[in-house]
Design a binder for this molecule. Structure first.
Ligand SMILES: C/C1=C2N=C(/C=C3N=C(/C(C)=C4\N[C@@](C)([C@@H]5N=C1[C@](C)(CCC(=O)O)[C@H]5CC(=O)O)[C@@](C)(CC(=O)O)[C@@H]4CCC(=O)O)[C@@](C)(CC(=O)O)[C@@H]\3CCC(=O)O)C(C)(C)[C@@H]/2CCC(=O)O
Length: 228
């Protein structure tokens, strides 16, 4: 008997096991993933992508549960290859919000890459006031030295994606690849449209209102490792 089972028994409780539980569900994490990916591949139209690009789309669907997502996905030629190569070369991952940064699985990163989110830097509130913008966009002022050759992941803030394009306009060297999937109603669709039409940097976007931090982290995780 394990220590935890013993402790429960002393309190007059018993630990539920697959045999005693009244719920029948899959308990094996690997089996859950394998079954999910098989369902996604059966239901989603992935014909436009292969290799790492297809893995990115599969993982984004996995993070949101919507197998019709491919209809809104636009990916620049060479995006996945550029993202994979940058991560293998040790590029940092720059995230608009901590929810994205926290979702990046460190063990999948191929070169012990740093994952950077500057949103909680104490300088950001003042910067936002000075620049008359959101904290998400102002936080990117602190990205300047990290930006060239990086992998950018924007999952929440449309203003961050617009600000990225403004930094490129200001002459900052571009990132290697951009996951640009802010979610929401104000500026989300417009910022993603602007990135897709910009042409200066390899990108993946989900056009329209859909997107989000979980999806952005999942896209980075797909670029980070060949395994599912
Ligand atoms: C306008 C904003 C939007 N936020 C959305 C959705 C979610 N945001 C969450 C949280 C906890 C955070 N959002 C902030 C980034 C905050 N959100 C904004 C801003 C006001 C402006 C961004 C923009 O328009 O570009 C932004 C604050 C800012 O000044 O930049 C956050 C920093 C607010 C805060 O807590 O201080 C915070 C980020 C936390 C982190 O670092 O991880 C939600 C969890 C809110 C919730 O439901 O409680 C949710 C998460 C969605 C996701 O998948 O990421 C929208 C809908 C994206 C919206 C932008 C578009 C719109 O239509 O309004």
């Amino acid at each position: 008997m394990s220590a935890s089972q013993n402790a429960l028994r002393q309190k007059g409780l018993s630990e539920p096991t697959p045999e005693t539980s009244r719920y029948d569900y899959v308990r094996d994490g690997g089996a859950i993933y394998a079954r999910s990916f098989a369902m996604i591949r059966a239901e989603a139209d992935l014909a436009r992508w292969s290799g790492a690009a297809e893995r990115v789309v599969v993982r984004m669907i996995h993070a949101c549960g919507m197998t019709d997502l491919p209809g809104d996905v636009e990916m620049a030629e060479g995006f996945a290859e550029a993202g994979v190569a940058a991560l293998k070369a040790g590029a940092p991952v720059l995230c608009d919000v901590h929810m994205v940064a926290d979702g990046v699985t460190r063990a999948r990163l191929p070169a012990n890459n740093s994952v950077i989110c500057t949103l909680r830097d104490p300088r950001v509130p003042d910067l936002a006031r000075q620049l008359d913008t959101t904290r998400s966009a102002a936080a990117m002022e602190l990205w300047r030295e990290h930006l060239p050759g990086s992998v950018v992941a924007v999952g929440n803030a449309p203003t961050a994606l617009f600000r990225l394009l403004e930094l490129l306009d200001a002459g900052v060297a571009p990132p290697a690849a951009v996951v640009g999937i802010p979610v929401g109603f104000v500026g989300a669709a417009e910022s993603k449209e602007a990135l897709a039409r910009d042409g200066r940097v390899p990108f993946v976007v989900v056009h329209g209102r859909r997107g989000g931090s979980a999806m952005a982290a999942a896209a980075v995780n797909a670029l980070a490792s060949e395994i599912e």
